[in-house]
Design a protein around this ligand. Structure first.
Ligand SMILES: NC(=O)c1ccc[n+]([C@@H]2O[C@H](COP(=O)([O-])OP(=O)(O)OC[C@H]3O[C@@H](n4cnc5c(N)ncnc54)[C@H](OP(=O)(O)O)[C@@H]3O)[C@@H](O)[C@H]2O)c1
Length: 307
């Protein structure tokens, strides 16, 4: 169980501050932080690489008055592991956050050249020094997670939290990661529940946003079927009288293998429908109807005739 320093369980929904200091200025960032707190969110996610450090700096300022009530996560070494890189980046993160300790430190992604022993020895040192309370991994495949856990355990620490991508058009985690999490007791905090904005339905109407402004996101959500799924979700949302964003987030949150989704936005207005997902009740029939809007990924094994 992941808890704040004061002993309160971390909220299942967390808020990702990737837009703080970028598309969201100081005022908007503060307003979104307050909205999250009002909605019961005490879990905030940032990373060394977000907005050249401004995300960590702004988040550090916003949570300073209530540090013990907040579960604070950041990430490091997305550009390659190595003891020096991890320690240098984490040091900078702590300075920007103005914190001695973070509740959760993720490796931002797998490094195929990286040395697992050195990496987890370094993370174990940070845990030993009380600079990190929990260790997580992001964007790892299931086999990479299990391999890393073995090394982490050898170093005397656990991998507690996984941070993969998960939304209605990115469902790969249903095959291995989420069943593994249920079996092995990892908490999964998934990112991009709105598909970077695709599942708000706004791209049917020539809107601006990440999927037209950012080549990486444009490529990630380029396939025609993804846009048809977004349209299907928008049509269904109109029938029900709710925002498609609320349905998208509530759908992503409902998988039993998930601890909770990381929601995000660039403004309080954008954030509203994602916050509404927290209290939206999605019954089995609606969950199945939404699930049917996109192809379920094929199972992990090919011997299916007898299943
Ligand atoms: N570990 C990793 O590698 C990784 C990667 C990505 C994210 N994350 C974490 O997960 C968090 C959430 O990810 P995400 O930002 O990709 O989540 P998301 O919920 O899929 O996308 C959020 C984006 O959708 C758009 N949006 C949100 N609400 C909207 C609304 N009501 N109407 C129209 N557009 C709306 C905004 O982008 P525009 O306004 O620009 O269109 C917003 O920034 C991040 O903040 C970060 O903490 C981690």
């Amino acid at each position: 169980m992941i808890k704040t320093l004061s002993g309160t369980p971390a909220s299942a929904y967390s808020f990702g501050t990737m837009q703080f200091g970028g598309k969201a200025d100081d005022r908007q960032s503060a307003a979104m932080y307050a909205m999250c707190r009002d909605a019961g969110i005490n879990f905030f996610d940032t990373a060394f690489v977000y907005t050249d450090g401004r995300s960590e700096t702004i988040l550090g300022q916003l949570l300073a008055h209530e540090r013990d009530q907040i579960f604070l996560a950041t990430k490091c070494a997305g550009d390659g592991w190595g003891r020096k890189n991890i320690l240098d980046q984490f040091d900078q993160s702590r300075r920007r956050l103005d914190q001695d300790m973070v509740d959760l430190l993720y490796l931002h992604q797998w490094d195929s050249e990286g040395n697992l022993d050195e990496t987890f020895e370094t993370l174990a040192e940070l845990v030993e020094q009380n600079r990190v309370r929990h260790v997580g991994v992001s964007n790892f495949a299931a086999w990479q997670t299990m391999k890393a856990r073995e090394v982490a355990r050898k170093c005397g620490i656990e991998i507690s939290v996984l941070q993969p991508m998960y939304n209605l058009v990115k469902r790969q985690v249903e095959v291995e990661i989420l069943p593994m999490a249920l079996s092995e007791g990892f908490a999964v905090c998934s990112y991009s529940p709105l598909g970077g904005g695709l599942l708000t339905g706004k791209y049917g109407a020539d809107a601006g946003g990440r999927l037209v402004e950012n080549d990486m996101y444009k490529a990630r959500y380029a396939q025609g079927w993804m846009h048809r799924t977004a349209q299907g979700l928008t049509d269904l949302a109109a029938q029900i009288g709710v925002s498609p964003a609320t349905l998208a987030v509530a759908w992503a949150a409902r998988h039993p293998g998930l601890f909770g989704p990381i929601i995000s936005a660039r403004s309080p207005e954008q954030l509203e429908p994602s916050i509404a997902a927290i209290t939206f009740e999605m019954d089995d029939a609606l969950y199945s109807e939404i699930s049917a809007l996109s192809p379920a990924p094929p199972p992990a094994t090919d011997r299916l005739e007898e299943a």
